[in-house]
Design a protein. Structure first.
Length: 528
């Protein structure tokens, strides 16, 4: 095996790292920068741009510039999160035949994993330029609260760009790993990870090289994008009140406002007020040009986004409850993700835990560094670590009679894990059983998320309740599940890798990989 890179595939920015002389090192992108915007854009001629070059297209070519795709990956089109995102995204979404979400590019459609694979492919090229040799292996991080569908979709994205994923590791776990090994400290830590699109809170314990995740919780639709959108809405509403012009239908104008909102938000982490100045944003029926010029203070920003920060608190409380800890037991608080630079976030975290978070941690780079350390653990280059024990963020079980739900693996179970439970038939002479695998903690099957359905066929005829069928759940170190059912009488067994019931088929992944490695040019047509 050659070089194995660690990749933090973020909603807004991505970062790569490697292990050099036993220490994690950030690999700069082709422009010499430590992070890369997770943006892909297509020009009218079909040229594909990635990163900073793509981000520059966001205002002039909004319909064909794709960002925040991580919020769409592994999701259904009609899910609440996708429907909410669709209102604000300048590019078009549509429903796939299997119910997944697709991104519209001219007369074509692209899946979110395919777009993410383009970002990963660029990062792969950056690493190859850095090492001056091919790179084929990676450890990739995902939000701790990503479900099975989202994890598999992320692995598909890596496969499409020609990367072999050695391990999928949770982002806050990676951050805790980098922090713990870097500082050589022991104790209990809370990793508060508020990135561009997701929020995770993870409680872990590290002691003499043993890293044990005790509990994790999070929100897959809470991040910096939501803070940006609050400023955007404030500006658009103010503009409507002053000019009677609704910017909602003007994608170009909205993208300009969004960029200005993000810039203002970043500035207000360091100064108390900033001016937002957008000349010629629109015009009225008299062809008079209209402008946006507003002063935004940190106090106003905190007032309009305070509820978003408060939304993280119940998640922290639940994670601590699952770990059977109180806030005062936490020794170290680690902030991860660019949104944690906001003073209000730091203030809330300090108030909750009664101690200030660690200041020397770079929230944009620590996750990729942890992924690089994980690569060293896998190939034996990191010897300071004895053991890394992560957990599954969701409960898993199967549907039973009359919409019942039998939980087999509980939330926050240490992985990898394997559990077996015996079931039986409900009808006389029943020859087959249907195994419906679910994810969640609702007491009814219909309240949980469907992962997969398969059948065990060929059961010997017998009265109801006599056959014994062992259902085995296994979750590997990547957090991906495998389920099998075995009739103890006949020895018949049926297994299923719990890939999403929708998602990309292996043949589709392979076709996308062929297209991308061949650098097929996408023709958008004359209307783009």
């Amino acid at each position: 095996m050659g070089h194995v890179i660690g990749i933090d595939l973020g909603t807004t920015y991505s970062c790569i790292a490697c292990l050099e002389a036993g220490r994690p090192l950030i690999i700069p992108n082709l422009e010499g920068l430590p992070t890369t915007p997770s943006v892909v854009s297509f020009t009218g001629s079909g040229e594909r741009l990635i990163g900073t070059l793509a981000m520059r297209q966001a205002v002039t070519n909004p319909a064909n510039t794709f960002y925040a795709v991580k919020r769409l990956i592994g999701q259904k089109f009609h899910s609440p999160g996708v429907q909410e995102a669709q209102k604000r995204l300048p590019y078009e979404l549509k429903e796939a035949p299997n119910g997944d979400v697709l991104v519209v590019l001219g007369s074509k459609t692209l899946s979110p994993p395919e777009i993410s694979s383009m970002v990963l492919g660029y990062l792969k090229a950056c690493a190859e330029s850095f090492f001056s040799e091919p790179v084929t292996d990676a450890v990739i991080t995902v939000p701790a609260h990503f479900n099975d569908h989202q994890r598999q979709a992320t692995k598909d994205a890596a496969t499409i760009c020609g990367l072999e994923v050695q391990r999928v590791i949770n982002e806050p776990t990676a951050a805790g790993l980098a922090y713990g090994l870097g500082t050589k400290k022991n104790g209990l830590a809370a990793v508060y990870d508020l990135g561009g699109g997701t929020f995770d809170i993870t409680i872990l314990e590290f002691s003499d090289g043993v890293f044990n995740v005790l509990a994790t919780n999070g929100d897959s639709y809470l991040g910096g994008e939501d803070f940006d959108n609050r400023i955007l809405e404030w500006l658009a509403e103010d503009f409507l009140a002053g000019t009677k012009i609704d910017l909602g239908g003007d994608k170009l104008a909205l993208q300009r406002v969004k960029e200005a909102a993000e810039k203002a938000k970043r500035e207000l982490s360091f100064i108390l007020e900033t001016e937002i100045n957008l000349p010629f944003i629109s015009s009225d029926n008299k062809a008079d040009s209209k402008h946006i010029r507003r002063v935004l203070s940190r106090k106003t920003l905190e007032a309009m986004t305070g509820d978003l920060v408060e939304r993280t608190v119940p998640r922290i409380e639940q994670a601590l409850a699952d770990a059977r800890l109180s806030p005062d037991r936490i020794d170290h608080v680690i902030l991860v993700g660019g949104q944690t630079r906001m003073p209000l976030v730091k203030q809330k975290v300090t108030e909750f835990f009664g101690k200030a978070p660690e200041e020397h941690v770079n929230p944009d780079e620590i996750v990729a560094m942890g992924a690089a350390i994980q690569s060293g653990i896998l190939d034996g280059r990191v010897r300071d670590l004895v053991l890394l024990l992560d957990v599954t963020p969701f409960a898993l079980g199967i549907e039973t009679e009359s919409d019942g739900y039998e939980m087999i693996i509980e939330r926050n179970t240490t992985i990898p894990t394997r559990k077996v439970k015996a079931f039986t038939t409900v009808e006389h002479n029943q020859r087959r059983v249907r195994i419906h695998v679910l994810q969640g903690e609702g007491f009814l099957a219909s309240m949980n998320k469907s992962l997969a359905v398969f059948e065990l066929v060929g059961i010997e005829p017998a009265p109801a309740g006599v056959p014994q069928i062992d259902v085995t759940f296994e979750i590997n170190a990547d957090g991906l599940a495998r389920v099998s059912a075995k009739d103890k009488e006949t020895g018949l067994e049926q297994k299923v890798e719990v890939r999403p019931s929708s998602g990309l088929l292996p043949t589709e992944v392979e076709e996308m990989r062929r297209r991308q490695t061949g650098r097929e040019v996408v023709k958008l047509g004359p209307n783009v």
